[in-house]
Design a protein around this ligand. Structure first.
Ligand SMILES: Nc1nc2c(ncn2[C@@H]2O[C@H](COP(=O)(O)OP(=O)(O)OP(=O)(O)O)[C@@H](O)[C@H]2O)c(=O)[nH]1
Ligand SMILES: [Zn+2]
Length: 344
């Protein structure tokens, strides 16, 4: 899967009247800095976990140092902090550095807005929580999430909830051909979510960002997975918005140990879809090695959409050695084209 190298252009900001300040000053090295993981962001205050998994692991509250004013610090970031890093009541440390990010999940406010925002850093998996019924699944939304994840170099886990109400077969056949892992969950007689083990297996040792529309059961699932998470659940009244969580920033929650590994769940209350203006088709294609290779033979400027003249991807399906391969290739191409359309 192609990961885009991260550079200065990842820190987009609206042009300021003052213009950009020349970077002449060399900053001190902050040799006494300790490193921490950003687990929450709330109005300029950052919650960090310092000395993670060490005996003296503790939580620190910090703010950004002035030199980072123009950079966004997001959930999942690894940062260096100085100052009072004791975590004692009332203490406030200073974040002086953001460690290079392995992945960045980003979104544009809408498809015509050129300004993109980084939502979460260093996650390796996007978990799209979708109910099989009540509310009805929306493939357009799922497609957009898949595009955002693949663009970020993240894997996708489609978690289909409420399997006690409807069958997952149709959605499975739409998404498995494009490399999406699928798990299904149901609510049992006693209100318990099953099979939790299957979900835990998929999350073990990884950092997974959970997204989903209101009412799909995301909070119910997160609460079942992370004891003490206490995410607000309940059916939201769409008119009044009552019951909706007011916080829109992500929080990182640590999973209990499973098969000797731990993992993180990053819950994103405010993120219900993705604007994709920042996603380039050529870059998206790199998440599909086989299609990318075939598409090298396409005419210049080929959109690869259905009906595009001489698209090599159509020839690839036609040239299948047998019916079984043909069906698999056709399903993969159809699903890929749906992603392209969701981007267009
Ligand atoms: N039948 C069925 N109902 C479920 C299942 N999982 C959750 N629910 C119910 O679906 C409703 C919505 O669940 P929530 O967990 O609040 O949904 P959410 O996605 O967190 O929605 P917000 O809290 O609005 O963000 C609740 O009434 C849950 O009890 C399931 O597997 N089957
Ligand atoms: Zn093509």
């Amino acid at each position: 899967m192609g990961r885009r190298p991260i550079d200065e252009s990842d820190f987009h900001s609206r042009p300021s009247k003052r213009g950009s300040r020349p970077r002449t000053k060399t900053r001190p090295e902050h040799e006494d800095a300790v490193s921490g993981l950003v687990t929450g962001v709330d109005r300029g205050r950052y919650t960090l976990l310092v000395d993670e998994d060490q005996p003296d692991e503790h939580v620190v509250t910090a703010m950004k140092a002035r030199e980072l004013t123009r950079q966004r610090v997001v959930c999942g970031d690894r940062v260096d902090v100085v100052g009072d890093t004791t975590g004692e009541e009332g203490s406030l440390a200073r974040i002086v550095r953001i460690t290079e990010r392995a992945t960045v999940l980003r979104r544009t406010a809408d498809d015509t807005d050129p300004y993109e925002r980084i939502i979460v850093a260093n996650a390796d998996q996007l978990v799209i929580v979708t109910a099989l019924a009540d509310p009805e699944p929306r493939t357009r939304m799922i497609d957009r999430c898949v595009v955002a994840a693949y663009d970020a170099g993240m894997d996708v886990l489609l978690c289909l909830t409420k399997a006690d109400l409807a069958s997952p077969d149709a959605l499975r056949s739409l998404y498995e051909p494009i490399g999406v892992s699928v798990v299904t969950t149901s609510r049992g007689d006693e209100g318990e979510i099953t099979p939790l083990e299957a979900v835990r297996d998929s999350l073990s040792g990884r950092t997974s960002v959970f997204v989903g529309h209101s009412g799909v059961g995301k909070s119910t699932l997160v609460n079942a997975l992370v004891p003490g998470a206490r995410r607000t659940t309940g059916v939201v009244n769409d008119v009044t918005g009552r019951g909706r969580q007011t916080s829109t920033s992500a929080v990182a929650l640590r999973l209990p140990e499973h098969d000797g590994a731990r993992g993180w769940v990053i819950d994103t209350p405010g993120v219900r879809s993705f604007g994709l203006a920042h996603v380039q088709i050529e870059h998206l294609l790199t998440a599909f090695d086989d299609l990318d290779e075939v598409a090298q033979e396409c005419p210049r400027g080929c959109t690869h959409l259905e009906g595009s003249p001489d698209c090599a991807l159509d020839e690839w399906v036609a040239a299948s050695p047998d019916d079984e391969v043909r069906a698999a290739r056709a399903a993969r191409l159809d699903s890929f084209r749906r992603l392209l359309v969701s981007r267009a």
